[in-house]
Write a protein that binds this ligand. Sequence first.
Ligand SMILES: *Cc1c(COP(=O)(O)O)cnc(C)c1O
Length: 369
Amino acid sequence: MKSSPHRHTPAIIDLSAIKNNVQKFREHIGETPELWGVVKANAYGHGAVPVAQSIYELVDGFCVSNLDEAIELRNHLITKPILILSGIVPDNADIARSLNITLTAPSLEWLKLIVAQDKKDVLVGLKIHIAVDSGMGRIGVRDATEANQMIELADKYGIDVDGIFTHFATADEPNQRKFNEQKLNFDKIVSQLIRRPKYVHSTNSAAGLWHREQVQDLERLGVAMYGLNPSGQTLDLPFDLEAAFTLKSELTHIKVIHAGDTVGYGATFEATEDTYVGTVSIGYADGWTREMQGFHVLVDGEFCEIIGRVSMDQITIKLPHSYPLGTTVTLIGRDGEKEITAQDIAKWRNTINYEVLCLLSDRIYREYK
Ligand SMILES: *Cc1c(COP(=O)(O)O)cnc(C)c1O
């Protein structure tokens, strides 16, 4: 979708908040492990390139979700290691090799496809991290036999097994049974390897926050870097994080409607008295989903309800009185004493804060401070 800088609905990204969060996380896990910033999905909506550039000196590498995200970073002179966390189409491994991008190897079958290609000689030196499914049930090998066969095959073709990693399903939950079970599975597989790769890693934000003793060679730091609690409201953070994402807009129209008048598609809101209605330039095409009806925004330091259906490009809010056109509307962030967080929205929509920010579309222009 076309980014729309001329529309007055900007996301304002506080890069210093992200840097502070990374620094606090570094203090939390100590000096030894490497810290790789997870900037997949356009850095959870914050902008992959500006985020990667701003934390460049604080991290040892980056993680993304696919080849195009990795190429975008390389095109912007990000030369530190980049690991693609998901399996990629094997045909594109030569691109990864030529740009020194590290691939996740999800299975022996995948690695066989890689080495079966005509262009396998250009893959010499390709770096891979073997994924282990210790209980997530997604990608990865489930035993050391398969991992060892992968190491042997990689050796034969000059592919560098640079790492092995797993991913936890419940690191953000109070009950640690599943977490411990996964950790045992992973440790067992690693202990049975014919050779230990340079990087053995397992921890995301949640695991690093609440199980810091489990951080191994490398921490994959995602959502916490952006100032969000990975557990939502379930677990308390061991230290404060600063939210980096503010979303603002302004009133594009104000009117009074009278008893019996309705607002929006489906005429779902009907006024019972004279009511000031303001219109704001954001809608479900921006990722401000239809579930936001009934939630609120901030105008002049006060909560104002979103009334009527959310349209593709506009919402309507109930105002206590008239305001001038162009009055600031805060959708995410603070206005005076009151604040709306991504987590508040997640709770309202019965989802997770990650999804709220990732869904905010490219049409919302990102500004940096
Ligand atoms: C997305 C992802 C992460 C980062 O997770 P956060 O919860 O955002 O810290 C780490 N590892 C893998 C494999 C991922 O897919």
